[in-house]
Write a protein that binds this ligand. Structure first.
Ligand SMILES: Cc1cc2nc3c(=O)[nH]c(=O)nc-3n(C[C@H](O)[C@H](O)[C@H](O)COP(=O)(O)O)c2cc1C
Ligand code: SF4
Ligand code: SF4
Length: 262
């Protein structure tokens, strides 16, 4: 029975939780490689034919996150089987799973399964609020059990994995400089500093955030114990309003894809 290596980027924790729940269903030894913070992203990872990897990230504007640039840099497989997972917040995952699959193939992996799971949108609890719910957690666990049954004992993976998505990919995020506003309620506790994946928040004064570095992941907004951090720029608020107007109150189901023999 193979161990599983989890490799993920997950600023607000949804993707990490999803991968951990899948791995728990597979009932094997799990090793985690968290690529969310700069130190983790610098780690070079080399996997062999005998490894088994689950690779995951959130969907950002229908793509895998384009910033920070190095979320999956320096990760190499050697005909290593991989399961690809994206989480998204009730709009769509568009081309993200296809992009993750192609990236994995370019780096020496053999995709054997893939999934898109729903999880609360980083921007608003009205979008996929309460997800993953009990049903999602069960589907994740069952997915893990299927992975164990079908792939963890094998060393020969033949066939093609087809996932949803188009190439050329969507444009992705338009990163005009932007950062959360900080109200006078800030107590300088520093919690936001410790969760920022790109070190955009000044540790000496957390009310200062570098808008050129910020990737709008909302990790700081969600962790702040006094709700002092908020994106207030009109274009951001318009996006949230559009999303809530069009994608709140809809129950989307997780989608899972498996390799099929040619
Ligand atoms: C910058 C940004 C862009 C996003 N774009 C999308 C999107 O295109 N479609 C969607 O359904 N959810 C989108 N989301 C929601 C996230 O994909 C979702 O909340 C995800 O589970 C967050 O993962 P994490 O908790 O692992 O960081 C976006 C979130 C952020 C922060
Ligand atoms: S988490 Fe909130 S209160 Fe704490 S330093 Fe950051 S902004 Fe201030
Ligand atoms: S400052 Fe920007 S990048 Fe850093 S945690 Fe907050 S939203 Fe994310």
């Amino acid at each position: 029975m193979k161990d599983i290596d989890l490799v993920y980027f997950s600023p607000t924790g949804n993707t990490r939780k999803t991968l951990q729940t899948i791995a728990a269903g597979a009932q094997t030894q799990v090793i985690e490689h968290d690529r969310t913070y700069p130190q983790g992203r610098r780690e070079k990872l080399h996997f062999t034919k005998d490894s088994f990897v689950i690779l995951g990230c959130p969907v950002y504007a229908g793509r895998i996150p384009q910033k920070p640039e190095n979320i999956f840099e320096g990760i190499e497989g050697d005909d290593t089987p991989v399961v690809l997972v994206v989480t998204y917040g009730n709009r769509e995952y568009d081309d993200a799973l296809l992009e993750l699959k192609n990236l994995a193939i370019e780096n020496g992996f053999i995709p054997v399964a893939a999934a898109a799971f729903l999880a609360v949108h980083s921007y608003s609890d009205k979008l996929a609020g309460g997800r993953p719910d009990e049903n999602d957690l069960k589907i994740m666990g069952d997915f893990g059990r299927t992975i164990r049954g079908n792939y963890l004992r094998k060393n020969d993976y033949k066939g093609t994995l087809i996932v949803k998505g188009n190439y050329p990919y969507k444009d992705g995020m338009n990163y005009t400089p932007l950062a959360p506003e900080v109200s006078e309620d800030c107590t300088q506790c520093g919690e936001c500093v410790s969760v920022c994946p790109v070190a955009a928040i000044n540790p000496d004064d957390p009310t200062e955030t570098d808008p050129d570095l910020c990737i709008r992941c909302c990790a700081c907004v969600r962790i702040c114990p006094v709700e002092a951090r908020k994106f207030t720029a009109p274009p951001f608020l318009a996006t949230v309003q559009f999303l809530e107007g069009n994608f709140a109150g809809i129950y989307k189901k997780p989608e899972i894809f498996y390799i099929t023999e040619d």
